[in-house]
Ligand binder design. Sequence first.
Ligand SMILES: C[S@@+](CC[C@H](N)C(=O)[O-])C[C@H]1O[C@@H](n2cnc3c(N)ncnc32)[C@H](O)[C@@H]1O
Length: 416
Amino acid sequence: MGGFISKILDYLNDTWGDTVLDSGFLPHFILRRVIRRELRRRLDEITPPFPQKVIDSVSARGNPALAAQLEDLASPKFTRMPGAFTPSSSWSRTLAYKMNFFETVRHQPIAIETDAANRQNYDVSTGIMENMLGPRIKYSCSYYSTGHETLEEAEIKMLDLYIERLDLRPGMRVLDVGCGWGAASLYFAEKIPDLEVVGFSNSRTQREYIEAKAKEMGLSNVRVITGNITNHEFDVGYFDRVLSVELFEHVKNYEGLMAKMSRALRTGGLLLVHHFCHRTTPYHYEDGWMARTFFTGGTMPSSDLLLYFQKDMTIKKHWWLNGYHYSKTLDHWLENTKTRKERMMPHLAETYGDDMAAVWHTRWKIFHLASSEMFKRDGGETWGVTHVLFEKPERRTVASIDLVSTDILRSGSERT
Ligand SMILES: C[S@@+](CC[C@H](N)C(=O)[O-])C[C@H]1O[C@@H](n2cnc3c(N)ncnc32)[C@H](O)[C@@H]1O
């Protein structure tokens, strides 16, 4: 019996499975089993010792580059390294994997597949998001400090946490990069006097919604720029604070983006990045249903990923939020998606076409279910959310350091 179920699950994991998933007939208990198996597979691919069967499965799914990398990490050269017979050898392989990942992304554009991501998630009819998400249309993890919050309360708790962690004060200029439907931009502008808020995203529907909402709320201190983060340049040194919530997951070249954020900030300005993550190990979404349907070109960062990209910004603080917060958020979204189906359908039809509206309703449900399963795994300690606070330091370029040391040398030689 177990073998039979396993065969069905294998069948669902190949591309044929998409048709079965789209049909919406699959009971949720089978779906959850498929998802848990996928998560197990993912963990095997990013966790040493990378046995041959994992390498073979990566190869069979048509990812020769990753298969070759895992083969290299599984090779005896690692067991011959000093410390190989201590438990740390597994960590040394993880670090080698990470160093390779960081080196590769350094040579990529800031973001890839931006049009696909926009079509799948962002330039969609606002009516979908209004019905699916909470009242602030926060399309990111909310904060459940007691575990009994409604979605509305949890949205506000996370927004308040940003205010506290960014140390937002009256009169500041704030950039909300990847602003979505303005959850943070509108809340900040409403809460803090004399704030100048600029929202930035690549979606026209998001801008239209925020502008209309700001008018309705009588807020004249919010403006929105539509552009692609890969090529947009912000006014240099203009902002006191930058917030980025769940944009970095669409990014590859972190060094390039951190440099861009640094240019936008004044010296001493702060950048708070909120991104979801795997606790230790980053990976790309290259195959599988999630990559094909919702997250083409996406990345799962590790919690410490940005600490490796501090050329232009310096770390001040780092927090981990248990995956439970995201799992709860997604359960609330799933509930809304189920109960507000009738209200969502016209908007789904407007975005994806009449013939695909029902399919996309099913896909959104699977998306919430699968993501919630991921974040709740291992008590929320494997996948979660991280907040990283950076400061733009005083200018300290290599050239100026060289000048100082030359001066010291010169004055030293003058003395002799
Ligand atoms: C997951 S949403 C988060 C939205 C918002 N921060 C929130 O918490 O509700 C990611 C945001 O990043 C934007 N985004 C993704 N890729 C982008 C790109 N290449 N250029 C500009 N914005 C991008 C999306 O349009 C969206 O606004």
